[in-house]
Design a protein around this ligand. Structure first.
Ligand code: GLN
Ligand code: ZN
Length: 767
């Protein structure tokens, strides 16, 4: 049998126990003892699952109350001095670092607002996942020491439960890479010399505790690294010698490519590679790996929810097993943090679909079958292999997966289906005639406050306590109220407020063919916050209109243009679990066609302005730059397929949240949206400079109000931001709007902010 192991396990709990324990603790309803009890129970349970699956060494150190990068900040003793901690205990400091005093988090991209003096550590996405980590802060005076006993205590905890332990740490270079410099003229890589001795001490202590293996995660080996960082690997790892456990260097998410030889040759005892994202590299790694090292093959997809094709996996692994024998280990491609915990909880999913899936727990069982099969025990696992084979066969041939009409439509889609009839200048003239908007037109990003009443009505409707008619009555009333309010405030382009939507992807997914929804398949996004991504299992199509009734109703209440509000294909793709039996591009094109139909129907019903939100457009960028252009090409085409069925006089908007756009501006311009609204207020319009320098051709609404914080900016402040924007964007192309939707705000702030915004626009019009 080949050794099996995992890189990490979801920590939130099958019933989101950790989430609830954290939230009651934060509300002050329980003490930290209770929270720690829950955490300990979860760890024990998750280790037991690993052991049941035949894992010899359970993984310790992957658990975190809030975030594992934050835990490393404490372990490595580098909490930023600006927090001014004195004698607070570890858990108090931990949540101050994570949440600061400003508990407003960004609804769409997870970033936290700026807030008071002790603003929390910045949050950002973990590589190309939807998990957010807290960003370590480095200055020339940052020092390191063992600052927490937590890891060592958890090792003891696991050992006391009778488990052999493999500890996991973020490697020193990845840890530095993930952080940010908070001082000028300073490179965080300079801190490496100071950091390495602390890693050395940690490893020595783990060794003394009886830990045999330590997994050091260095996923940055899958990135395009600057030469200095690449160069630092060799000497850094040479310095981790001495009395230490054996080291397994773990890479994931991306091919090693030009770092492959480097990764193979570092002075460690084993290398883990992601055989799902880079299947072709596995054999090359085996060629380059020195003969004493372990090769851990990440063969089970840790980023998706599908059952593994075990036959294909065995075919891939067998030659390696023949060559490497015991030195071949099997694992999921990456930490299982990114998948839900247990499929057994999804009893409401129909049996056929369920048979196609594997969540974290089921993936452990798959590893077990693979390892036994490789060990010559194919007979013993024949039932497991047969079940996987049958599931795969059913998935391949199911009429629920394949829709000939969708496939035909895509194949025969004209090449120019992603082009508007006329160029922008011509469209702009026609739209100005048709819409009759003032200069510096005002609008909002779509959602208005989701009040408690609205949420309660939706919950009752879902439970069956109120009829569809009653629920729709509530929504209609809300739309009427929202339209009336916007007219009162004096906005130019109105929205219906999205009261019928709980989530911008779920709302559409629920109405599209090819999507499934789970009850309990939560995945941690950050802290206690979880998401439940839909599962796209089949060809996507739109059985009927999804938003037309609500939008047309809203339009019927006003003379002003009502903006139709849709989520774009790239964002729907990006925030779902997607098929692994066809390229992402193809799934995205199918979604694009469905949205295109909706756009056409909205226009037909009299809607003249349509917004297609793409907040996830940038986060879809591949980790390797060499792959960017291909992504931008198909993602851009998908957006344009959605946006292009309309006449020239119909105005297409898009919205993106906080994003570094500068390196992809040609692609953003290539979307050819008539208007783009982006988040810029937090950076004081700095983000806009790139648009100016690039001479962004179309109209643009740089947000003048950071809606992620409860603070409402005054008229002067918004006016100043607008004038600053007007320095780089031709005035005739400027729109006036908040940064994002108002869903998470209250009505008081929303109304006050919008009134100020309308007044600021009036001042600009006055000159
Ligand atoms: N239209 C959406 C809203 O206003 C956009 C949300 C987002 O950007 N994530 O809520
Ligand atoms: Zn947004």
């Amino acid at each position: 049998m080949n050794t099996i192991h995992i890189l990490g396990f979801p920590r939130i709990g099958a019933q989101r126990e950790l989430k609830f324990a954290l939230e009651t603790f934060w509300r002050g309803e329980t003490g930290s003892d209770k929270l720690q009890d829950t955490a300990r129970d979860l760890r024990a349970r998750h280790w037991a699952m690993q052991r049941e699956a035949g894992i010899g060494q359970v993984t310790v150190g992957d658990f975190a109350l809030y975030d594992h990068v934050l835990d490393h900040v404490q372990l490595l003793g580098c909490e930023p001095a600006r927090f001014g901690f004195t004698d607070e205990d570890e858990i108090t400091r931990q949540f101050a670092l994570a949440r600061g005093e400003d508990k407003q988090a960004h609804a769409c991209c997870g970033a936290t607002g700026t807030g008071g003096e002790r603003r929390p550590l910045e949050m950002t996405k973990w590589f190309d996942t939807n998990y957010h980590y807290l960003v370590p802060e480095f200055t020339p005076s940052t020092s390191f020491r063992i600052g927490s006993e937590r890891l060592f205590a958890q090792v003891d905890e696991a050992r006391a439960l009778g488990h052999a332990v493999k500890a996991v740490l973020i490697g020193p270079l990845t840890f530095l890479w993930l952080g940010k410099e908070k001082a000028q003229a300073f490179e965080r890589l300079e801190l490496l010399d100071r950091l390495l001795p602390v890693y050395g001490e940690i490893l020595a202590r783990l060794k003394r505790q009886g830990v045999e293996w330590v997994q050091l995660d260095e996923p940055i080996l899958g990135l395009d690294l600057p030469a200095a960082w690449r160069g630092a690997f060799e000497s850094a790892y040479a310095r981790l010698g001495g009395a230490r456990p054996r080291l397994l260097l773990a890479t994931y998410f991306s091919p090693l490519a030009d770092n492959l030889r480097l990764a193979c040759q570092l002075p460690v005892d084993g290398l883990h590679v992601d055989a799902v994202r880079a299947p072709e590299e596995l054999a090359r790694v085996a060629d380059w790996l020195p003969a004493h090292k372990v090769l851990s093959a990440g063969i089970v997809d840790g980023r998706n929810v599908w059952r593994t094709d075990l036959d294909a996996a065995l075919e891939h692994l067998q030659p390696l097993a023949d060559r490497l024998g015991e030195r071949l280990w099997l694992a999921p491609s990456c930490s299982l943090l990114h998948v839900p915990i247990d499929l057994d909880q999804e009893q409401e999913l129909d049996g056929e679909l369920r048979s196609w899936l594997a969540f974290a727990r089921q993936k452990l069982a798959e590893l077990n079958v693979l390892s036994r099969a490789l060990g010559g025990g194919e007979k013993a696992v024949s039932a497991g292999l047969a079940a996987a084979r049958a599931a795969l066969a059913s998935r391949r041939s199911s009429p629920r997966v394949h829709d000939a009409a969708v496939e035909h439509r895509l194949r025969t889609l004209p090449r120019d289906a992603d082009h508007r009839a006329a160029p922008f200048a011509e469209r702009q003239r026609l739209q100005r005639q048709a819409l009759g908007l003032p200069p510096f037109p005002t609008t909002t990003i779509g959602s208005f406050p989701q009040t408690r009443e609205l949420r309660a009505a939706r919950a009752s409707y879902r439970r069956g306590d109120i009829t569809q008619q009653a629920y729709e009555g509530v929504i209609r009333e809300e739309i009427a109220r929202v339209v009336h309010r916007q007219e009162n405030i004096g906005l130019d382009v109105l929205v219906h407020g999205e009261p019928e939507r709980n989530d911008m992807v779920e709302y559409f997914g629920e109405q599209l063919a090819g999507f499934a929804f789970t009850r309990n398949a939560w995945v941690q996004s950050y802290g206690s916050r979880c998401v439940k991504p839909p599962i796209i299992y089949g060809d996507v199509s739109r059985p009927e209109a999804m938003t037309v009734d609500w939008t047309a109703y809203a339009q019927s209440l006003t003379e002003k243009p009502m903006k139709g509000m849709l989520t774009g294909p790239v964002t729907i793709l990006q925030w779902s679990f997607v098929r692994d039996d066809q390229p992402r591009q193809e799934t995205c094109e199918q979604i694009a066609l469905a949205i295109r139909d909706e756009v056409a129907d909205l226009e037909r019903s009299g809607i003249r302005v349509i917004q297609i939100d793409e907040p996830a457009f940038r986060e879809g960028l591949p980790l390797r730059r060499a792959e960017w252009q291909a992504y931008l090409d198909w993602a851009g085409r998908c957006f344009r397929i959605s946006a292009s069925p309309v006449s020239n006089a119909t105005q297409i908007h898009t919205h993106m949240c906080y994003s570094e756009f500068n390196d992809i501006l040609p692609a953003i311009a290539g979307l050819d949206a008539d208007v783009i609204t982006i988040e810029t207020s937090r950076s004081d319009m700095e983000l806009l400079k790139g648009f100016g320098a690039y001479a962004y051709p179309n109209e643009i609404g740089p947000g003048v109000w950071d809606i992620h914080s409860p603070r409402v900016p005054g008229v002067d402040e918004m006016e100043r931001l607008l004038r600053k924007a007007a320095e780089v964007i031709p005035g005739g192309n400027l729109w006036v709007n908040p940064d994002c939707g108002l869903k998470t705000r209250g009505w008081g702030e929303s109304e006050a902010g919008l009134r100020n915004m309308v007044e600021a626009a009036r001042r600009l019009r006055a000159g």
